[in-house]
Design a protein around this ligand. Structure first.
Ligand code: PLP
Length: 374
């Protein structure tokens, strides 16, 4: 059994009789024929489709989710002396990019139910040096942007949504990626919308920021050998864009599948008396990048399941404020909820093509593991 089975998607058949694999092959082949490997027509096409999908005015395809964050922060002018308020319960990129620009991540705790930034802790953390807020929509559930934007607007601070895990999710009928000043996402193969290498995107409806992010992603240059900004080599590959075009055809359907499978997991687990299943707020539809529960004696449970060939994962075992690389380069407040979560979260095998029989098998073994702990 695989934790995420990426091949199952390739076998999926479209209404026109083609499998996704065949569609991908034909789109890659087109790129090989036209030869525009850097910023070819597929990049523009996928940017248009993605901005219309999330509802933002602009989309800039970039080289990874990490570059998307870096480029967004650069466009906002984040630099030495600045502070960026963010969550400690995320992948390293969220804070790494802040530090790379010479600014300081200020970690505040998460809401223990959604695992996302607690908006109530933002206001008393804002100083004259606060330049931006990065909220992560973890596991696919959007952070509470109504509340985050409200406090940010009061102080005129821009908000970045790190939507690496939440593309396809919705909050109050708006799509993730379009919930704040800038949305960033990742097309890493195992994300909800994945390519076959690295890729990412920045979304905004602010034209100045869009132009700036576009320039920065191309060495600060819109005209060849004329550079107006310091930028990076952060473009989305044409071949990756072609792959995304094929996968976008079934993306909305896959989000529905993810929600059905998640609901099924929750019902199966709850019916067997296990209650620590994910809680999605009424205003949200999650993209379920992960299906994550909470357990005690996690090591034991993981080992038990591993012996039955059921892979599990921990996102994330160490909060960012405790990462050695960030110790002297960040500041944090009480992050007890993040520490608590980091010791207990466990993600079960999950992807849109997970069969019901496999799910039942996973749940049965999981319950067996829980019962042999107590
Ligand atoms: C995956 C991920 C990233 C980084 O994306 P890459 O494409 O791997 O650079 C950033 N933030 C979060 C929350 C992620 O899950």
């Amino acid at each position: 059994m695989q934790f995420i089975d990426l091949n199952a998607q390739q076998r999926y058949r479209l209404d026109n009789g083609l499998t996704i694999r065949e569609l991908i092959d034909s789109k890659i082949s087109k790129v090989l024929n036209h030869g525009k490997f850097i910023l070819g027509p597929e990049v523009t096409e996928v940017e248009k489709k993605l901005s219309s999908f999330v509802g933002s005015s602009f989309c800039i395809g970039v080289a990874s989710g990490t570059d998307a964050l870096l480029i967004a922060l650069m466009a906002l002018g984040v630099g030495p002396g600045d502070e960026v308020i963010t969550t400690p319960f995320s992948f390293i990129s969220t804070a790494e990019t802040i530090v790379l620009l010479g600014a300081t991540p200020i970690f505040i705790d998460i809401d223990p139910i959604t695992y996302n930034l607690d908006p109530n802790k933002i206001e008393n953390t804002i100083t004259k040096n606060t330049k931006a807020i990065i909220a992560v929509s973890l596991y696919g559930q959007p952070a509470d942007f109504a509340s985050i934007n409200k406090v940010a607007n009061k102080y005129g601070i821009p908000v970045i949504e790190d939507a690496a895990q939440s593309l396809g999710a919705t909050q109050s009928n708006k799509k993730s990626g379009n919930l704040s000043t800038i949305g960033t996402t990742s097309f890493f193969p195992t994300k909800p919308l994945g390519c076959y290498g690295d890729g990412g995107a920045c979304f905004t409806s602010d034209e100045d920021l869009a132009n700036k992010m576009r320039r920065i992603s191309k060495h600060g240059s819109l005209r060849r050998y004329f550079h107006t900004d310091i930028g990076v080599n952060g473009r989305l590959d044409t071949i990756q864009a072609a792959i995304l075009l094929a996968k976008l055809e079934i993306f909305s359907e896959e989000i529905d599948k993810r929600n059905n499978i998640a609901e099924n997991y929750t019902n199966l687990l709850n019916n067997k008396g296990f209650k620590n299943t994910p809680i999605i707020k009424k205003s949200n539809i999650s993209s379920f990048a992960q299906y994550t529960v909470q357990v005690e004696r996690r090591d034991f449970i993981q080992e038990f399941l591993k012996k039955k060939s059921i892979p599990t994962a921990v996102h994330y075992p160490i909060p960012l404020n405790k990462q050695p690389a960030l110790l002297n380069k960040s500041r944090f407040q009480n992050c007890n909820n993040s520490v608590f979560a980091s010791e207990r979260v466990l993600s079960l095998p999950f992807h849109p093509y997970l069969e019901i029989e496999t799910q039942v098998e996973i749940v049965n073994c999981f319950i067996e593991a829980i019962n042999s702990v107590s």
